[in-house]
Design a protein around this ligand. Sequence first.
Ligand SMILES: CC(C)(COP(=O)(O)OP(=O)(O)OC[C@H]1O[C@@H](n2cnc3c(N)ncnc32)[C@H](O)[C@@H]1OP(=O)(O)O)[C@@H](O)C(=O)NCCC(=O)NCCS
Length: 190
Amino acid sequence: MMPAATIKADSTPLYDPCLLQGLDWTQNTVTFSPAISPADPGEGLVLRPLCPADINRGFLKVLSQLTETGIVSPEQFIKTFERMKNSGDYYVTVVEDTKLQEIVATATLVIEHKFTHSCAKRGRIEDVVVSGECRGKQLGKLLMSTLTLLSKRLNCYKITLECLPKNVAFYTKFGYSVSEENYMSQRFFN
Ligand SMILES: CC(C)(COP(=O)(O)OP(=O)(O)OC[C@H]1O[C@@H](n2cnc3c(N)ncnc32)[C@H](O)[C@@H]1OP(=O)(O)O)[C@@H](O)C(=O)NCCC(=O)NCCS
């Protein structure tokens, strides 16, 4: 692995962008009006994998609308990006407003490898957030539909997410249902 300090905040994609363009959008189960897709998310917008340069395009500012991001140096950001890229199991996806060169929405698919289910893969959806001024423009739906289809394309046997009760109705649109299992957690620090 290259030392983090020598890696520039460039346009290297976290994962192969062809995966997004190659999705079979006819399998999408959600209605978009007007019609949008991963290849055509709307005028002046692009949907693509995260790249290191997104640290300078407000990526963390968007995430901070979801949860505490803390102080993140460019070195820390790039080191984490490299770890994710080298693992091959992180699909942090963003929508960029290309005119403003600002990230306006993001969501992540993480792949977990199992010994169970004949060594299957399980998908997890994390960190779904659309910037305040861009909500209600179908970008949350676009990201969720895209990553759910991507998890199928990557042969996950199932996909899960955790959300607040107020967001359950949003996720049921994409085929997710509330599980009987309890979500348990223990926090060690913020
Ligand atoms: C939840 C969130 C991602 C939705 O994104 P969005 O871009 O505003 O929503 P979209 O425009 O793509 O989707 C609109 C549709 O979803 C519905 N919707 C949006 N937010 C919803 C919510 N919280 N609960 C239920 N339905 C919701 C709308 O009614 C609309 O339905 P329709 O298509 O049938 O008309 C966004 O509001 C957000 O970032 N919220 C703050 C962060 C957050 O809570 N993230 C989820 C963490 S689990």
